[in-house]
Design a protein around this ligand. Sequence first.
Ligand code: BG6
Length: 485
Amino acid sequence: MVARVIPVDPFDLVVFGGTGDLARRKILPGLYRRFSAGQMPRESRIIGVARKAMTREDYRAVVAEAIGEFVAPERRDGEVERAFLDCIDYVAVDVGGDAGWSELSALMREGVVRAFYFSVGPGLFGPLADRLHAHAIADTDARVVVEKPFGNDLASARALNATLAAYFREDQVYRIDHYLGKETVQNLMAVRFANILFEPLWNAQFVDHVQITVAESVGVNGRGEYYDRAGAMRDMVQNHLMQLLCLIAMEPPFRFEPDAVRDEKLKVIRALDPVRSDEIVRGQYRAGATTPAYREEAGDPDSLTESYIALKVHVSNWRWKGTPFYLRTGKRLRARTSEIAVTFKEPPHSIFGEGESWKENVLVIRLQPNEGMNLRVMIKEPGPGGMRLKEVPLDMSFAEALGGEGGADIPDAYERLIMDVIRGNQTLFMRGDEVEAAWAWTDPVIAGWEERGDRPQPYDPGSSGPEDALMLMHRDARRWREIRD
Ligand code: BG6
C-alpha cells in the first residue's frame, strides 16, 4: 500500500546551522525524502545558513553528500536529486553581526510559507530572533523551529521561552521533540482513541503497571561534553520519556488538535508526584572488552553523570492513583529497543483452578526497531489433555500490516515534523508551558541526588543496566521486560 501523500504549500525554509550535524543527518535527507515522495513542492526553497563563506554550488555539494550518506540507496534517483538540489540555496551570515542578513532578506519570497529552523545552540536563539526582526525577514506568519535541549533547568527554559516570546507568538514556535514524530508514538493515540477496546480498561482499576523503556546500544559517541552536563535524566527523561508517559496517561482530548492535546499532556505532568530518592536508580557504564568506559568518553575520570536511569513514577490523579509507571533509559545496553508495555491486572476470579500457567495480558507498543503492537492473550492449548492455558501474542507489525511488499514507507520523525511545521500544525510539538512543567518536575529530582552526593552504579556494557534497577521492580514483585532486539 502506497502512503497517501498530500503536498504541502510551497515554502522558504531557512536552516540556521545548515552545515551542522543535525542538518546533514536528519533535516536535509528528510527533506529530500519528502521531495521524492511528492510532498515538498518543487517551488520550495531550502536556504542553508552558516558562518562559512561558500557559494550556492558548494552548499549543494554538501547537501548531495548528505543525501549520499543518509538516504537509503533504493530511495535515491539521479533526476530527483538534481531537481531537489535546484531548490537549495546558501547564504553566509554572521549571526551576532550584520554580515549576510540583507542577502538573506533578498532571497525570501512573498506569498510562500516562511520557516526558520534554529539548528544551533540555544545561546543563539536570542540574537537570531533579534536579527530576523531587525531585518524584517520574519513576517507575522513565520514559524521558528527549535531543537532540544530546551534549557537545562526550569530557569533557563523560562528564559528561552521569554526570549522567543519577545519576537514570536506561541503559535509560531515549534519546539521539537523528535519522539513525537515517530510513527508508533502517534499510533499510540490512534490505538487509544480510535478503538473502544482499550480505553475502558485504561485506568488504575485494570492496569497493574506500565513500563517505558528506551534502551540504546551506543555510547555517548563524541557528544561526551554535552552529555556529561546533561546525563540521562535531562537528555532523555525530561523530554522523550516524559512525552511518552503523557500520551499513555492523558485523558482523551476533545479533539485531535494542538491545544486540546497539549492541555491534556500538561495535566499529566502537573499530576506527577515528586520522585522519592529510593525510587531512582542511576548507573554509569564501565569499560567493555572493546568499548571505553563512560568516564573516558565523557573526558572526566571523576564524572558522576548517569548514562542510565530507572525511576518509578506516580501519576496522582483519579485515573491513575495506584498504578506505577516504571521508566528506564540508558546507553550501551544490550540492544537498541524502545517500547511501552501496559500490563493489565488478573481477572477477578479464575475458573480454571490453581496451578494453571496463567499470565497477565500485556499490550506492548514497540517504538523501534520493528514498529508494531503485540497483545498477549491466553487461549486453550490445542488438542486433547484437558483445559490447559497457553499464552499467544496477537501480533501486528506495522510495516507488514500496512506495507505490502517491501514494507510501509514510514517517514522518519524529522520528515513528518518538518512537514507539520509547513502545514502550521503544532499538535506534535511541545508548548512552552509543557516544557516548563517538565523541568519543574525534573529539577528537584536532580537537586536531590546532587545534595546527597549520589554516585551512579557501574554497569557492564551490553547488560540491562545496574543490579539495583532490577530491585526497583523486584521489591514490588514485578519484573522488567527483557531488553532485546
Ligand atoms: C536524542 C538524545 O534526543 O535522542 C540522544 O540526545 C539519543 O542521546 C537520541 O541517542 C535517541 O533518539 P532515537 O530516535 O535514536 O531513539
